[in-house]
Write a protein that binds this ligand. Structure first.
Ligand SMILES: [Zn+2]
Length: 76
């Protein structure tokens, strides 16, 4: 269990209070927290998520997955 996941569990979008998705770079380092509903990407600086709307990046075309819940936990 990584610290990342524990951190993400506590975080919701400051605007819609919805769940966030963690984006990672090629080295699987945390890059950005994305709210698919608002299409905003909140930056992660030095491992600290910046949950401020003025700091968020507007995502023009975020490939959001379908909102239907998964029937089973995703397999790694
Ligand atoms: Zn949101």
């Amino acid at each position: 269990m990584s610290l990342d996941h524990r951190l993400i569990d506590l975080l919701v979008c400051p605007l819609c209070k919805g769940p966030l998705q963690l984006l990672r770079d090629e080295q699987s380092r945390p890059l950005e927290l994305v709210c698919p509903a608002d299409r905003l990407g909140f930056p992660i600086r030095d491992g600290i998520p910046v949950m401020l709307e003025p700091e968020a990046r507007v995502l023009e075309a975020f490939p959001a997955p379908p909102p239907s819940p998964l029937p089973f936990p995703p397999t790694p």
